[in-house]
Ligand binder design. Structure first.
Ligand code: GDP
Ligand code: MG
Length: 355
């Protein structure tokens, strides 16, 4: 039996995880066995935890992108087949990754075509956000991501009104990056979701030509992003609101980023208390969006995972994160227990295959 694989790319924060979770739920409700593969340069990922909580089988390729860790991707797919024998696997590559046709889809077709049937490469373009604050190389990377889409989705279509205003204001985005066929989709309202699902179930990758891409610029773009993954716990003697703690942390990070002119690609946090879970993220200044919210019952402890990707050096980012974490102290008696804290910039991409 061949397993269908749908790879869903797009920039950091474009809405990939939200969309594949929504699609996975819908497919599961229709009786399909579905599996997810998440991917990141680091470990301790909000995305993986979120998918696991949604009771959808998930496996993670950590420590590098699918293209540079192709054997790990294969092992992940294999693991997923053993655990869940899915009919369809939705795979989300790192949001700073591109050239996926040459480095992931074509190698899968060429070497593992009997095992896997590849759906067309889907790429999400979030036209509610401006890329204007990012350096040229990151904008170049973003353009390459869009250029190789076989299915191009305009994500977050529920924000369309706002999008139109933004597009007029900064005169870029979707319009001039756009390809003729952009399918609007909203993981929140479900708009366009069934149409996309039928495309990935019914169509195959046309195995298109690889991008002509400047790997120097691609590497510069990756290097311009600071990456932080942290995991820890807080315990206090007096009850406090974990939701407020999380909002304060994200807002604190946002204002430090603004102060240091570090454009935000994606900041996301997951908080687990003994009673509740909260997840929120920031993709550009202003809007804190809650993906999991609950009654804000007070707690004396919580666990958290924080993933930050911004246009800053790892050193700058580490300082900002430490300041924001300290400032968010929920109660004078609160103590932090940091289990994991890594801060880095991705290394230049060195794909295992490039066909
Ligand atoms: N309004 C709206 N927000 C969305 C939609 N899809 C994702 N988001 C939000 O955008 C943020 C980033 O989404 P995520 O799926 O984590 O992006 P990823 O980095 O591409 O995986 C999250 O806060 C989501 O709630 C959508 O269709 N509509
Ligand atoms: Mg994601």
């Amino acid at each position: 039996m061949t397993t269908r694989i749908a790879i869903v790319g797009g920039f950091l924060g474009a809405g990939k995880t939200t969309l594949i979770l929504a699609a996975a739920r819908r497919l599961a409700a229709q009786g399909y066995r579905v599996g997810l593969v998440t991917n990141d340069q680091g470990q301790d990922l909000v995305d993986t935890a979120l998918a696991g909580d949604a009771n959808i089988p998930v496996t993670e390729v950590a420590g590098g992108c699918f293209c540079c860790r192709f054997p790990d991707l294969l092992a992940g797919l294999q693991r997923m087949q053993e655990v869940a024998s899915p009919e369809i696997i939705l795979a989300e590559p790192v949001g700073s990754c591109t050239d996926l046709i040459a480095t992931v889809l074509r190698p899968l077709v060429q070497f593992y075509g009997e095992q896997y049937a590849l759906a067309p490469l889907t790429v999400l373009l979030d036209s509610s956000r401006s890329m204007a604050d990012f350096p040229d190389d990151i904008r170049y990377l973003h353009e390459q991501q869009v250029a190789e889409a076989e299915i191009l989705l305009r994500s977050k279509s529920d924000l369309a009104e706002k999008n139109r205003t933004r597009m007029t204001r900064n005169g870029r985005m979707g319009a001039d990056l756009g390809k003729p066929q952009m399918h609007p989709v909203s993981a929140v309202t479900g708009d366009g979701l069934d149409e996309w699902i039928s495309m990935i179930l019914g169509q195959s990758s046309r195995n298109p030509e690889a991008l002509t891409i400047d790997y120097e610029r691609y590497a510069q773009a990756e290097a311009a992003l600071g990456w932080l993954n942290a995991k820890g716990q807080i315990r206090a003697d007096t009850p406090y609101s974990a939701r407020q703690w999380m909002a304060a942390l994200l807002k604190g990070l946002e204002s430090l980023c603004a102060e240091q002119k570090a454009a935000i690609a994606h900041i996301k946090a997951l908080v687990t208390t003994p009673q509740a879970k909260f997840k929120a993220s920031l993709t550009s200044s202003g809007a804190l969006s809650w993906d999991l919210d609950a009654d804000a019952a007070e707690t004396r402890s919580h666990e958290f995972i924080l993933n930050v990707r911004v246009n800053a050096t790892p050193g700058q980012l580490e300082q900002m994160a430490m300041r924001a974490i300290e400032a968010a102290q929920p109660d004078p008696s609160a103590r932090y227990y940091i289990e994991h804290f890594e801060c880095f910039s991705p290394l230049p991409p060195r794909p295992t295959h490039r066909l």
